[in-house]
Design a protein around this ligand. Structure first.
Ligand SMILES: [Zn+2]
Length: 81
Protein backbone atom coordinates (compact mmCIF):
# COMPACT_ATOMS: atom_id res chain seq x y z
CA UNK A 1 0.00 0.00 0.00
CA UNK A 2 1.28 3.46 -0.78
CA UNK A 3 0.15 6.84 0.45
CA UNK A 4 -0.29 9.41 -2.26
CA UNK A 5 -0.27 13.18 -1.71
CA UNK A 6 -2.76 15.79 -2.72
CA UNK A 7 -2.04 17.25 -6.13
CA UNK A 8 0.33 20.18 -6.51
CA UNK A 9 -0.94 23.24 -8.23
CA UNK A 10 0.60 22.00 -11.46
CA UNK A 11 -0.36 18.39 -10.67
CA UNK A 12 3.16 17.19 -11.35
CA UNK A 13 3.59 15.05 -8.24
CA UNK A 14 2.09 11.87 -9.69
CA UNK A 15 0.63 9.72 -8.40
CA UNK A 16 -1.58 12.14 -6.51
CA UNK A 17 -5.21 12.99 -5.91
CA UNK A 18 -7.43 16.02 -6.17
CA UNK A 19 -10.63 16.84 -4.32
CA UNK A 20 -13.71 17.64 -6.34
CA UNK A 21 -16.82 19.49 -5.33
CA UNK A 22 -19.96 20.64 -7.04
CA UNK A 23 -20.81 24.27 -7.66
CA UNK A 24 -22.94 24.29 -4.51
CA UNK A 25 -20.14 22.86 -2.41
CA UNK A 26 -20.99 19.18 -2.13
CA UNK A 27 -17.97 16.89 -2.08
CA UNK A 28 -17.64 14.32 -4.81
CA UNK A 29 -15.26 11.41 -5.06
CA UNK A 30 -11.75 12.68 -5.65
CA UNK A 31 -9.87 12.32 -8.90
CA UNK A 32 -6.77 10.23 -9.06
CA UNK A 33 -3.73 11.08 -11.15
CA UNK A 34 -1.92 7.89 -12.04
CA UNK A 35 1.85 7.51 -11.97
CA UNK A 36 1.73 8.04 -15.74
CA UNK A 37 -0.25 11.27 -15.38
CA UNK A 38 -3.60 10.00 -16.62
CA UNK A 39 -6.57 11.09 -14.57
CA UNK A 40 -9.19 8.66 -13.25
CA UNK A 41 -12.48 8.93 -11.50
CA UNK A 42 -12.97 6.60 -8.55
CA UNK A 43 -16.61 5.81 -9.21
CA UNK A 44 -16.08 2.07 -8.89
CA UNK A 45 -14.03 2.29 -5.72
CA UNK A 46 -14.92 2.99 -2.16
CA UNK A 47 -12.88 5.32 0.02
CA UNK A 48 -13.03 5.13 3.77
CA UNK A 49 -12.78 8.14 6.07
CA UNK A 50 -9.02 7.64 6.41
CA UNK A 51 -8.55 7.71 2.64
CA UNK A 52 -7.99 4.01 2.03
CA UNK A 53 -9.24 3.02 -1.41
CA UNK A 54 -10.67 -0.38 -2.09
CA UNK A 55 -10.30 -2.43 -4.14
CA UNK A 56 -6.78 -1.78 -5.40
CA UNK A 57 -6.27 0.67 -8.25
CA UNK A 58 -5.10 -0.95 -11.44
CA UNK A 59 -4.39 1.02 -14.59
CA UNK A 60 -5.11 -1.59 -17.21
CA UNK A 61 -4.38 0.35 -20.34
CA UNK A 62 -2.59 -0.11 -23.60
CA UNK A 63 -0.04 2.58 -22.81
CA UNK A 64 2.02 0.07 -20.86
CA UNK A 65 1.56 1.81 -17.53
CA UNK A 66 0.29 -1.15 -15.53
CA UNK A 67 0.21 0.77 -12.25
CA UNK A 68 -1.37 -1.50 -9.66
CA UNK A 69 -1.34 -0.56 -5.98
CA UNK A 70 -3.43 -0.32 -2.88
CA UNK A 71 -3.65 3.41 -2.29
CA UNK A 72 -4.29 5.68 0.63
CA UNK A 73 -5.11 9.34 0.02
CA UNK A 74 -2.87 11.35 2.32
CA UNK A 75 -4.81 14.19 3.94
CA UNK A 76 -8.22 12.91 2.89
CA UNK A 77 -11.03 13.92 5.22
CA UNK A 78 -14.07 12.90 3.24
CA UNK A 79 -14.37 16.47 2.01
CA UNK A 80 -12.86 17.99 -1.05
CA UNK A 81 -11.18 20.83 0.79
ZN1 LIG B 1 -1.12 4.86 -15.42
Amino acid sequence: MIEIPKANEDRSNYPCWKGVSTMDGRSLKPLLYCKCGQVFGLGNHSIDIEGNISPSVWHRDNNGCGFHEYLKLDGYTGKSH
